[in-house]
Design a binder for this molecule. Sequence first.
Ligand code: 13P
Length: 259
Amino acid sequence: MKTRSPLIVANWKLNGGTDLICTSVASFLRQKFRVQIGIAPPYVYISNMANFLRNSQIMVGSQNVSKFESGAFTGETSAQMLKEVGCQFCLIGHSERRQVFLENNASCHTKVASTLAAGLMPIICIGENAQQHELGLTKHILYRQLQESLLGQNIKNKQIAIAYEPIWAIGSGKAATPESVQDVHEYIFNELCTIFDEESAKNIRIIYGGSVNKNNAAQLLAMPNVDGLLVGGASLDPEHFSEICALANQITPEVEFNS
Ligand code: 13P
């Protein structure tokens, strides 16, 4: 049985607006979930959405965070500012940020540290590209991403999560198979035991992202080391996303989890 409560996160990317916020909020306020649910809209909507969802179980998060705390850094938003407007988690190092905005493991390390210091949950995104996948380099790439973004982080009494998102599965309609995701997540769990210790690793949710939808969500979540899902495209349809959350809820027993 899983010891970590499932975490289902919507990453809206550069999509959505007031209409989507209203329909999402309306649909989620009506429902009760045993799983933890988060929505990461574009920055400008976080404050409003956090206000709307203040009395709900739904967390609002950001898709990025600055590695700086304050100063002359035009266009940046700090972890402390995000915390102040009601943000509860930050996606860090999403492959689109690595590819388009040249983020790397070193910048992820700084962002994880400032997110933890501000009391937000970092969700660190890692994953290999198609070529690395074909060459059998997946675990080698993940090893470096985990080591370089996590080594030395103080996670005592903090919540953190890892999102495994193979780049070739993102937006492609071709999700990784549940068995291959299980294999990779088990590897990630073992690495987390080495970077931190087994007790700490057991409290870190490892979630999967890449072409998740209502047809594959249950099979992915059935894998013992899959602690949740990071959903892109399918999360832009509130009905579709809440079906995924409902599926996660169905397979989650009514028990108290560690995290
Ligand atoms: P899709 O679900 O659209 O493949 O996107 C996955 C993703 O990048 C979530 O962060």
